[in-house]
Design a binder for this molecule. Structure first.
Ligand code: URA
Length: 212
């Protein structure tokens, strides 16, 4: 087979996502925003949903919140290409309204498959929607910057970068949380482990790790 014909599993998945007609957002979007970054990324950042800029370009976090995310990554010596960046839902809700539960339900299988392929060591949730995907009863104000492990994957909740653009006092908190990431990763054996409830097992894809 010619190398040029070979598509990685992740590229193939992104192509599938780009053709998704799974919910009503398919008719209002300009572009689908599957996500982008390194296929072997240790860090997987999950935002909420594409906004106006992302919808125009088909790329995640390219507006003002994205610029701030790039600055945050630079604080720990990383470039966007070295991590993976995606969202809970892959299409922009009209007028940037909050995603509906049915849209999240229809879309989250894509995120699960991205995580299955990339198998990051650490999942960083940005904001309350991606936190709620894994920890529905927790509040971002309480758990931001606190790591815990499910199986051997570290979950690390952070405020959404856009929140700091609206509320200046959050800026230093987000920066401080970001700076904790390298050490948390380096000392992952010291991160407190939690046992998810049975109904959450498939969410965390724990069975994948038990197979190993
Ligand atoms: N906000 C998000 O949650 N995701 C993006 O991709 C851009 C802004």
């Amino acid at each position: 087979m010619l190398l040029s014909n070979h598509m990685s599993a992740l590229a193939e998945l992104c192509r599938e996502i780009e053709n998704c007609q799974g919910c009503g957002l398919a008719s209002s979007r300009t572009r689908v925003v599957p996500g982008e970054g390194a296929e072997d990324a240790d860090l997987f950042f999950i935002g909420e949903a594409p906004g106006w800029y992302e919808d125009q370009q088909g790329r995640p976090f390219v507006g003002p919140a994205g610029q701030f995310l790039s600055q945050l990554l630079a604080l720990i010596g990383l470039r966007r290409e070295q991590v993976y960046i995606s969202n809970v839902i892959k299409c922009r809700p009209p007028q940037n309204r909050d995603p509906l539960p049915a849209e999240i339900e229809a879309c989250c299988g894509w995120l699960d498959r991205q995580l299955e392929i990339i198998r990051p060591r650490m999942i960083i949730t940005l904001g309350r929607y991606s936190l709620a995907r894994y920890f529905p009863n927790e509040s971002i104000g309480k758990v931001h910057g606190k790591a815990r492990k499910v199986g051997d994957v570290i979950f690390f909740p952070m405020y959404h970068p856009a929140a700091a653009l609206h509320q200046g006092s959050l800026r230093s908190i987000i920066e401080e949380d970001m700076r904790k990431i390298p050490l948390t990763l380096a000392q992952s054996e010291e991160v407190a482990e939690i046992v998810p409830e049975p109904r959450q097992l498939n969410l965390f894809q724990v069975e994948l790790h038990e197979d190993e």
